[in-house]
Design a protein around this ligand. Structure first.
Ligand code: R5P
Length: 297
C-alpha cells in the first residue's frame, strides 16, 4: 500500500500517514515557468495499491489538474489500483442544470478523474449525496458529523442546544448532527437568485429563542449564508451562536466578516488547509479528520 500526496494539503497527508503508519512516497511536483505542471513519482509503484491524497481546494484548478496528472503518472507506472482521497471535492455545487446553458461541472470533474485512470474515490461530506452517482467507479463517502458530535459533547452541555441548517438543502445533514447530539433542529429559509455568490435569507423555521445554536453546513465559502442566518438568529433571541462546517473554503472577506459577526466560534475540519493569516483568527477552531481517513484507507 502506497500513500502519495500532491501540494493541496500536505499537513493533512502527513497526519494521515502518521495515523496509518505508512510513509508518504517520494514525488516531484512543480510548475515550469510556463505554468505547466510536472510530476515524477520517484518510488516504484508497479502492482501497488496507491492512495493519492489531494483535495481540490484553492488554487482549485491547479490542484485538480495536479491530481489528474498524478493519476496519469501512476497509471503509466503500472500501479494496480489508484484510490483518490479527495476530502474536499471542488465544483460540487455545480451539480445540476438549473439554468439554461450552464454546465454540470461536478459531473465533468468526475469524468476527468475516471478517464485519467482512478479506480476508486474516497471523499468527505459531498455537497450533495447524488454526486456519488456521477462516478462509474466506487465512491466511499465519509462524514465529519461523528467528529463534530464527539467534539461538541466534550466541550459543552447539550441541554439547551439547537442545531440550525442555514437552508432546506442541508436539513438532512443538520438533522443527523442533531440526532447524535440528542437535540432539536431548526432550518433557515434561504434563497439564491441566479449565479450570485450571496444568498437571501427569508425566515427561520423552528424554536430557537433563548437557545445556544450550532449552525451546521457542509461548506463555508464567502460566509454570506451563515452570517445572514446568524444575524436573523440574534433577532430571534438566541443566547449564543456557534457554527460548524466541514469545508472551510473561507474565500474573499469571509474571515473579517466572520470576525465582525455574532458567531462566537467557527469549527471546521482540515479537509482544506488554513493559511497562516486564517490561523490567526481566534474564532476559527480546526478539527482533524486525518484518523478517519487513515481508517478508511
Ligand atoms: C450551499 O447550498 C452550501 O451548502 C453552503 O451553504 C454555501 O455554499 C456556503 O456558501 P457561502 O459561505 O458563500 O454563503
Amino acid at each position: 500500500l502506497i500513500l502519495i500526496t500532491g501540494n493541496a494539503n500536505r499537513p493533512l497527508a502527513e497526519e494521515v500517514s502518521r495515523h496509518a503508519g505508512i510513509p508518504l512516497a517520494d514525488i516531484d511536483l512543480f510548475k515550469f515557468s510556463n505554468d505547466e505542471s510536472f510530476v515524477k513519482i520517484n518510488d516504484n509503484v508497479r502492482g501497488a495499491d496507491v492512495f493519492v491524497i489531494q483535495p481540490t481546494c484553492y488554487p482549485v484548478n491547479d490542484n485538480l489538474i495536479d491530481l489528474l496528472i498524478i493519476i496519469d503518472a501512476l497509471k503509466r507506472a503500472s500501479a494496480q489500483r489508484i484510490n483518490c482521497v479527495i476530502p474536499y471535492y471542488a465544483y460540487a455545487r455545480s451539480d445540476k442544470k438549473d439554468q439554461p446553458r450552464v454546465p454540470i461541472t461536478a459531473k465533468l470533474v468526475a469524468d476527468l478523474i475516471t478517464i485519467a485512470g482512478a479506480h476508486r474515490v474516497i471523499t468527505v461530506d459531498l455537497h450533495a449525496d447524488q454526486i456519488q452517482g456521477f462516478f462509474n467507479i466506487p465512491v466511499d463517502h465519509l462524514y465529519a458529523i461523528p467528529t463534530f458530535a464527539r467534539y461538541f459533547k466534550s466541550i459543552m452541555p447539550m441541554d439547551d442546544i439547537v442545531v440550525v441548517s442555514p437552508d432546506s438543502g442541508g436539513a438532512n445533514r443538520a438533522r443527523a448532527l442533531a440526532k447524535r447530539l440528542n437535540c432539536t433542529l431548526a432550518i433557515g429559509d434561504k434563497r439564491r437568485s441566479g449565479n450570485e455568490d450571496r444568498a437571501e435569507l427569508l425566515n427561520i423555521i423552528g424554536e430557537v429563542n433563548n437557545k445556544t445554536v450550532i449552525l451546521f453546513d457542509d461548506i463555508i465559502d464567502t460566509g454570506g449564508s451563515l452570517i445572514k442566518v446568524a444575524n436573523a438568529l440574534v433577532d430571534k433571541g438566541v443566547k449564543k451562536i456557534y457554527a460548524a462546517c466541514t469545508h472551510g473554503v473561507l474565500s474573499g472577506s469571509a474571515v473579517s466578516d466572520l470576525e465582525a459577526s455574532p458567531i462566537e466560534k467557527l469549527f471546521i475540519t482540515n479537509t482544506i488547509p488554513l493559511s497562516e493569516e486564517k490561523k490567526q483568527c481566534t474564532k476559527i477552531v480546526q478539527l482533524s479528520i486525518a484518523e478517519m481517513l487513515a481508517i478508511a484507507i
